[in-house]
Design a protein around this ligand. Structure first.
Ligand code: AMP
Ligand code: ZN
Length: 488
């Protein structure tokens, strides 16, 4: 398929022209959430970035099979195979079945992604649904000589693998530095090498989620699930593998090693990593206790927020920075995004109301091309947005009757808006931002003024009747010292 899409590949540390293995099909695997607690806005940033990538590839005509897993077992408290399974631990604390924890947070995650208007992936497989596949790969890696079993746990032999392969290809780090910086961990002395990681972990009798295997009762390691599910649904080699940048040094490095050891193939042609959402420069994370949950943001119930922000405003905020740069989360930044988002959406409504005239000197075709150039340059959404604001300027100037746009120019702008704002950026109209809502606000304000006037004249029959009529229409009125407020 012809296009000039360029993608930054973490593996080669270069921007490369995108060539699908089997066009028009594209296989994309993205590491999904570990469902042991509420997904936060940091997680959302990564998944929204891939949602835009998914949407843009689809817009270019590719048939994308987008696989995003759910980690529902095997992710221990530390990435270095120590601590408890995150889900088992939570289940014990809450005295629930692990699958109740999984269900609760999977539903919550889906709800958040839906609110943020992210498209569902084509397949959303779970680690617990692929135990046999994970056992099989571990077994094959043992057969190939790159893994060994000790007391019911199977470890990947990193140093042996690194003798003949580039174990740190993804990060470009030196193996010696890694070895130097990794301490021998207590209780891990059964490993041959300090970098070895578990493919299968022996379960203590009290461990809540465990399965039978040829090595005894146990559960899979975290990294093996992604090797198993990506190869199962996308084949041994596919186009794109993604996730947050924090996954590259351990999870993805180990995933590549597993795949190469298992079938001799590096799984993905393009490795893509999104940068972190930060708060005051620090990664937003559950463990640092600086995370924002979606409802806190949408309702404004957070100490760092002056008010609530709509899901679309939050989505727009995330696109104003390139996915490979960090994005700092603050009340001021959200306020600025809200204004930008409203200006953009209002100009869409203005555009739909414009009538054709003689035609202006502005080259809207060239502007549309620039939008493609921005997205073709490694999905550069901030540059795309700057071009869309040039379109906003043209539309508003035409609305002020300072220029006229021809029927053809109007058509180009309409398709450009539909394609980039709705299809690719995934923004949509929101009741709160629509003109109808603004008109409603004014009309109810007017009715409340009439009610206040009636009250001032001691005409309580009328003021009570107005209130009752508003209630019947679904508008709840609240009176306080500061005045009357209302909500639908
Ligand atoms: P987790 O559920 O913590 O395993 O994370 C799920 C996904 O969210 C991974 O791809 C992480 O890299 C990503 N992620 C976690 N925290 C952040 C953050 N602050 N900013 C961007 N992505 C994040
Ligand atoms: Zn993964």
């Amino acid at each position: 398929m012809e296009n000039s899409l360029v993608i930054y590949n973490t593996l080669t540390r270069k921007k490369e022209a995108f060539k699908a293995i089997n066009p028009p099909f594209v296989g994309m695997y993205v590491c999904g959430p570990t469902v042991y607690s509420d997904a936060h806005l940091g997680n959302a940033r990564t998944f929204i970035s891939f949602d835009i990538i998914f949407r843009y590839l689809t817009h270019l005509g590719y048939k994308v099979r987008y696989v995003r897993n759910i980690t529902d077992a095997g992710h221990l408290e530390s990435d270095a195979d120590v601590g408890e399974d995150k889900i088992s631990k939570k289940a014990k604390l809450a005295q629930l079945e692990p699958m109740e924890i999984v269900q609760k947070y999977t539903v919550g995650f889906h709800e958040m992604m839906q609110q943020l208007n992210a498209l569902p992936p084509s397949i959303e497989p779970t680690a617990t649904g692929h135990i046999i596949e994970q056992q099989y790969i571990a077994e094959e890696i043992i057969k190939k000589g790159y893994a060994y079993e000790v007391n019911g746990t199977v470890y990947f032999d990193v140093e042996k693998f690194a003798k003949t392969h580039d174990y740190t290809a993804l990060t470009g780090r030196k193996l010696e530095d890694l070895l130097e910086n990794t301490r021998d961990l207590e209780g891990q002395d059964e490993k041959k090498g300090r970098l070895d990681f578990a493919l299968w972990i022996k379960a203590k009798p009290e461990h809540l989620m465990q399965w039978r295997s040829q090595w005894g009762q146990g559960f899979p390691g975290w990294h093996i699930e992604c090797s198993a599910m990506s190869t199962k649904y996308l084949g041994e080699q596919f186009d794109i593998h993604g996730g947050g940048m924090d996954l590259a040094p351990t999870h993805h490095t180990n995933e590549i090693a597993q795949n190469v050891a298992y079938c001799g193939k590096q799984p993905a042609n393009y490795w893509m990593h999104t940068n972190m959402l930060t708060v005051n420069g620090q990664k937003m994370s559950k463990s640092l206790d600086n995370s924002f949950l979606p409802h806190e943001l949408f309702n404004g119930e957070h100490r760092l927020l002056s008010k609530g922000y709509s899901p679309m405003c939050v989505r727009f905020f995330m696109m104003q920075t390139h996915y490979r740069s960090t994005l700092d989360f603050s009340d001021e930044a959200l306020q600025a995004s809200e204004k930008g988002f409203e200006r953009l959406m209002e100009s869409y409504q203005t555009l739909l109301g414009l009538t054709a005239g003689k035609g202006s000197a502005d080259d809207v075709n060239a502007l549309r091309e620039k939008c493609y150039e921005a997205m073709n340059d490694d999905f550069n959404t901030p540059v795309l947005i700057s071009h869309l604001f040039e379109a906003v300027r043209i539309i508003n100037t035409a609305n002020d009757k300072k220029i006229e746009l021809s029927a053809e120019q109007l058509e180009t702008l309409k398709t450009m808006y539909q394609h980039f704002i709705i299809d690719v950026m995934g923004l949509k109209w929101e009741a709160d931002n629509s003109r109808t809502a603004k008109v409603l606000d004014k009309v109810i304000g007017l009715v409340l003024d009439m009610r206040n006037a009636a009250k001032a004249n001691k005409d309580f029959v009328s003021s009570d009747a107005i209130r009752q009529k508003l209630t019947d229409a679904g508008v709840q009125v609240k009176d306080s010292k500061e005045g009357s407020s209302w909500k639908v």
